[in-house]
Write a protein that binds this ligand. Structure first.
Ligand SMILES: [Zn+2]
Length: 412
């Protein structure tokens, strides 16, 4: 897990450096351009009018911090990053935060650029009083070195929460392939879906994620691909240790030749989202809320895309209402999707779900829809499906956790 986290951090840092270099070149040109314009102008003007005209012709240069990002260190600590893009015009960077959805900005720290060694990227750590779930909005404002020349503006804000979600892109590259008619591979699609979801959670809600795999291949605890899809599958769920939620992303299939259609020639009326919860999630109000919201948004999304015959989703209020998963329900036409559990004696039937229980994390398998429906495979091939389903997942997760979205804060 450490290697993956470090890898992610390195990626974030590399991206920041690229942004910094680009901004640096731009800022340099901008500055030189203004200087040249200013000196040629001076020659044409009389001494008495000079100051007044310069003032009106060359307004103050606007300075504000853009491209702020963060990484989650722990459930009570985050690190903010931004490029030292306006050095030396900045005397001090001022860090502010407010609870998401409010405008109650408070100053929480300051950084003086001159004190920074190797100052391409500035980082600043915030530590919170406790570990309860929260979401803040952060921004970095600037105190300019010369207020006659520069106009310091509020920095662009980002949302930051202390939530950490483990996403498991189901199977591995090349696994569960349909070769009849429109080709499709579940193990390839789930990776694209997982990456989209991780990106949306981070950018729209400030939620951090770790993935059980970021490439076609998966490797955990000395095992790889097929071993982690069979005898050692519970390691995928155990990877969620220390996170708030485990999500295993899948697309569904049915029994052979069911409903009087070919196995992979099923009608869209078989399609519905099914969420299979582990025994911890079944007893966890927050996990139930997330599953209800994700299911609702997936059902709506598929209906609007024209790949489902029903728009509703059977929500579950309490553990006792949770349906036991069966093949008959899974394959039934024209029924709403819902939340299920699948037990084997007193344990979760699915190894991934047992794994997350082993490490004390509520978890669920999200069966987004049926890849045995040709129209769904077609839409996946066109690249439209992963965007819509990842959006439905992200909105559902945010609803379940009652998170504010970036779009909402920008309306303010
Ligand atoms: Zn699957």
């Amino acid at each position: 897990m450490e290697i993956k986290k470090n890898g992610l951090l390195l990626l974030v840092r590399t991206s920041i450096v690229i942004v910094v270099v680009a901004l640096g070149i731009w800022a340099e040109k901008e500055f030189i351009g203004r200087q040249n314009g200013s000196s040629s102008q001076i020659k044409q003007e009389t001494e008495s009018k000079k100051t007044q005209k310069e003032e009106s012709k060359f307004p103050k240069q606007v300075i504000g911090v853009k491209g702020l990002s963060f990484s989650r260190i722990s459930d009570r600590e985050i690190q903010l990053y931004w490029s030292d893009q306006w050095n030396p015009y900045v005397q001090e960077y001022q860090i502010e935060r407010c609870p998401a959805g409010t405008s109650d900005w408070e100053s929480v720290g300051a950084v003086i650029p001159d004190q920074i060694q190797n100052s391409d990227v500035i980082s600043w750590t915030d530590t919170w009083a406790d570990t309860s779930q929260f979401q803040y909005e952060y921004r970095v404002n600037v105190k300019v070195s010369d207020s006659e020349k520069y106009d310091g503006q509020d920095g662009e804000s980002i949302l930051v929460s202390n939530l950490l979600i483990c996403i498991d892109p189901g199977h591995y590259g090349g696994r569960n392939a349909v070769q009849t008619g429109i080709a499709y591979t579940e193990g390839d699609f789930t990776l694209q879906l997982a990456k989209k979801l991780a990106q949306k959670l981070q950018e729209e809600y400030g939620v951090s994620t770790i993935l059980t795999r970021e490439t076609a291949d998966i490797s955990l605890g000395g095992f790889t691909n097929y071993e982690l899809d069979s005898a050692h599958i519970s390691l995928r769920g155990e990877f969620a240790k220390g996170t708030d939620l485990f999500l295993s992303l899948h697309t569904n299939a049915n029994q052979e030749g069911v409903n009087g259609y070919g196995t992979v020639e099923q009608p869209i009326s078989i399609n519905k989202p099914i969420l299979i919860l582990n025994k911890m999630a079944c007893q966890d109000d927050k996990a139930l809320g997330i599953a209800n919201a994700v299911g609702k948004h997936l059902a709506q999304s598929s209906y609007q895309l024209g790949i489902a015959s029903v728009e509703g989703f059977d929500k579950v209020k309490t553990e006792t209402q949770i349906r036991n998963w069966t093949d008959a329900y899974n394959d039934q036409l024209n029924v709403w999707g819902t939340i299920c559990r699948r037990m084997d004696l007193n344990e979760d039937y699915y190894g991934v779900l047992r794994g997350s229980v082993n490490v004390g994390v509520p978890g669920m398998i999200i069966e987004h829809g049926f890849h045995t429906v040709p129209e769904i495979r077609q839409m996946a091939e066109e690249g439209k499906l992963e965007e819509c389903w990842a959006e439905a997942d992200a909105i559902g997760i945010a609803e379940g956790y009652r998170l504010m979205s970036k779009a909402k804060t920008e309306e303010r």
